[in-house]
Design a protein around this ligand. Structure first.
Ligand code: HEC
Length: 248
């Protein structure tokens, strides 16, 4: 997630149009800002300023901020792949199903609400801060994206390890060089919750695709993908796994 600026926005906002079941969305620039003209909660066309970008590749989504603190993820997304691979175009996330303005899947609906549906996985130290009596959000984060420390634990522990490394202190006592996980972990293992016991256990080494099939849970699968990316073993099977996520 990044603030929408000319440096972070990949999509074509030069006035291009995208048609979806009779709703024509137009992507425009105005006074240095990025806008979409599209159907709002009442189904009427209106101009909405893009507050944030969401994602880099293979697609970029756009978040629009409402006065009650809600950020909503637009369903028309930019395909960031090169033109030769069919990218560099606007597309709708639900091409085969007409999602109207009164559908919970509409971009203004609950299912596309960033505060509730997306934020926790995509920013660091996220506080939703939902005020039920006023039905408002004042969501905060300490880092706008997923920071290194969100995954690897406090860097200060690594510094502490480094400071003692030259001394007589035995290295083993500080574990993984002070990090929460060892960065040399490259045997394709992963942790999965046993639905019966609720306890996580580590897999025997398997290919990513086999793991993906076994998990059958989008959240778990996405976590496994991030982990695989960290280990650098994702690339060859990426397309198959993305297809599997869509299938689930
Ligand atoms: C359970 C955690 C989780 C939730 C909830 C979640 N995401 Fe994600 N999302 C991920 C992970 C992990 C990836 C990285 C997957 C990958 O790179 O293949 C990702 C990737 C993405 C990407 C592609 C980004 C890129 O540059 O690779 C987009 C766009 C995205 N998510 C949008 C959303 C939106 C919109 C929502 C809410 C409607 C959402 N996500 C909810 C975990 C989550």
């Amino acid at each position: 997630m990044q603030e929408a600026t000319p440096d972070t926005v990949s999509g074509d906002f030069s006035g291009v149009e995208h048609a979806y079941y009779g709703v024509v969305s137009t992507f425009i620039r105005r006074d240095g800002d990025f806008f979409v003209r599209t159907d709002g909660p009442d189904g009427e066309l209106a101009d909405y300023r893009i507050a944030y970008t969401f994602g880099i590749e293979p697609l970029q989504q756009y978040l629009i901020e409402f006065p009650d603190g809600r950020l909503q993820a637009l369903s028309v997304c930019w395909d960031t792949r090169p033109e030769q691979l069919g990218g560099q175009r606007w597309f709708h996330l639900y091409p085969k199903k007409q999602v109207g303005h009164d559908d919970p899947l509409h971009w203004t609906g609950l299912q596309q609400n960033w505060n509730f549906m997306c934020a926790e996985c995509h920013s660091t130290h996220l506080q939703k801060n939902y005020d039920a009596s006023a039905d408002r959000y004042t969501t905060t984060w300490s880092e706008i994206d997923v920071s290194c420390e969100a995954r690897h634990g406090p860097g200060s522990r690594h510094v502490a390890w480094a400071e003692t490394a030259g001394s007589d202190e035995p290295e083993a006592s500080t574990g993984n060089l002070g990090f929460a996980v060892t960065l040399k972990d490259s045997d394709n293992g992963f942790w999965a919750i046993d639905p019966g016991t609720g306890v996580a256990s580590r897999s025997v080494p398997r290919t990513l695709l086999d793991r993906a099939r076994d998990l059958r849970d989008v959240g778990e699968l996405e976590s496994a993908l991030t982990y695989a990316r960290l280990l650098g073993d994702l690339a060859p099977r990426d397309v198959q796994v993305q297809a599997l996520i869509r299938e689930l």
